[in-house]
Write a protein of this length. Structure first.
Length: 449
């Protein structure tokens, strides 16, 4: 691996930044359209839905478990299953890299599978098969590229938290542009053009990874890694750290359950209850999905500066406290949606400012939790199982994202004010738990937090 540096960080960080940016372009471009595609097109016509390979079996299973559902509720369940399993497979992708292929080759495999999945979305019949390819590909890609970021830095390097924030900005740069490109194509030209654009983005990401291969961490041989793991058992302290990480991952579930409503019920609110007319032009509602990544790009550097100032004065919160603050902010954002539900009754359409304010608070909550959690896993997880523990982190997102779909089924069952109040209480309540247990966690993790 090259020792070149750029702007105070290894040059490989910017290769991984670019690769992840295009992968997230593909993921969020497809996600921006997914619920609207199902509620406005795919599931509206029973004959069209029945033609989707495997749909009848899936519908029968979900109805058997949850009872009869309308189109919005079925779409929410499929959205939750898809986004959930996207974060379930990284656990196995981490094991595949640790035990067999190595992180470098597993990232390639994931990118290829995801590209196939995006292009399969061009066929309505292959809709569920396409989702399966995307799920499997993400499982190979996501935990291993995050672990490669950590591999660029020696143990104890103070630049690591900053590196994950830079990497996180790459994620959000891709997430910002994708609704503007894929969302606009999907809503104004045709759904499949939007999905196809997402596939092109994934191909560009793979090419970027290949071009920068000399600057990113190369894996040891499978044999040497296996030998190292066999000769090294985890210590008692390491097992304690693993247990603490599992507790933090469990709390992480509720954050994602309410945060990911942005792609589900809040996208429906944006589409059905928000006025997008601007100077005679009707802006595609999928542009709502660009608010969050744009704000991350603006506020991530400012928040980093604020944390640096706090650190110099001995006031920077621990990682666990930051994560608690993130949950409370995410839950608190729904206070604005409760007010919006009061202000925009019935079939009326309200100002986009309600969504902008809500997403701003979401964004601050996300910055306090998500990159901090990623960095903490790479610092605390024992070396022999670091990719697997990154998979555990994403496993909590699996349950959280599925919960997004389940909670979303109440969107048409409850009054909107009550629905948003439920999400508010779940977020704030989880944040309080972080503060209650922070002393015990800090005692186990010590210098890492």
């Amino acid at each position: 691996m090259s020792g070149k540096e750029f702007l105070g960080h290894p040059a490989g960080l910017y290769v991984l930044f670019t690769t992840e940016m295009w992968e997230r372009f593909s993921y969020y471009g497809m996600r921006a359209l997914l619920v609207m595609y199902m509620t406005n097109y795919l599931l509206v016509d029973p004959a069209r839905a029945a033609d989707v390979l495997g749909y009848k079996a899936l519908e029968g299973f979900l109805v058997g478990v949850f009872g009869q559902m309308n189109i919005q509720q079925m779409s929410s369940q499929i959205y939750g299953l898809y986004t959930g399993f996207v974060y379930f497979t990284p656990f196995f992708g981490g094991i595949l890299a640790d035990k067999l292929l190595g992180q470098y080759r597993t990232v390639y495999l994931g990118g290829i599978l995801m590209a196939i999945g995006h292009f399969l979305m061009a066929s309505e019949k292959m809709f569920l098969l396409a989702l399966l390819f995307l799920i499997a590909g993400n499982g190979c890609f996501k935990p291993n590229i995050s672990t490669q970021v950590a591999s660029l830095y020696p143990e104890g390097d103070p630049r690591r938290d900053g590196a994950f924030t830079i990497f996180y900005m790459g994620i959000n740069l891709g997430a910002f542009f994708s609704p503007l490109v894929c969302g606009t194509l999907g809503q104004t030209v045709g759904w499949h053009y939007g999905f196809g654009a997402a596939g092109v983005g994934m191909i560009v990401g793979l090419v970027s990874y290949w071009l920068g291969s000399g600057l990113i961490p190369q894996d040891e041989s499978t044999e040497s890694k296996a030998a190292a793991q066999e000769s090294r058992k985890l210590t008692k302290e390491e097992w304690a750290s693993v247990l603490v990480l599992i507790v933090l991952c469990a709390l992480n579930i509720m954050f994602w359950a309410i945060y990911e409503q942005q792609g589900n019920t809040l996208q429906l609110w944006a589409d059905e209850k928000t006025n997008w007319s601007f100077m005679g032009w009707n802006i595609p509602s999928s542009w709502f999905q660009s608010f969050n990544p744009l704000m991350i790009f603006i506020f991530a550097p400012l928040l980093n500066m604020f944390w640096s100032w706090q650190a110099k004065h001995g006031k920077e919160p621990s990682s666990v406290v930051k994560m608690g603050i993130g949950c409370i902010l995410c839950g608190g954002a729904y206070i604005l949606m409760i007010l919006a539900a009061k202000a925009v009754p019935g079939a009326d359409k309200g100002s986009v400012l309600w969504l902008i304010g809500t997403v701003f608070v979401f964004t601050m909550g996300e910055l306090y939790l998500s990159p901090i959690g990623l960095s903490l896993v790479t610092k605390v997880a024992p070396k022999p199982i670091v990719s697997m523990m990154m998979g555990v982190w994403f496993l909590s997102s699996f349950i959280g994202n599925y919960m997004t779909g389940y909670l979303g089924t109440f969107y048409t069952k409850m009054p909107k004010e009550t629905f948003f109040m439920m999400l508010c209480g779940l977020g704030i309540g989880t944040g309080i738990v972080f503060f209650v247990i922070k002393g015990k966690i800090n005692k186990v993790l010590g210098k890492f937090v």
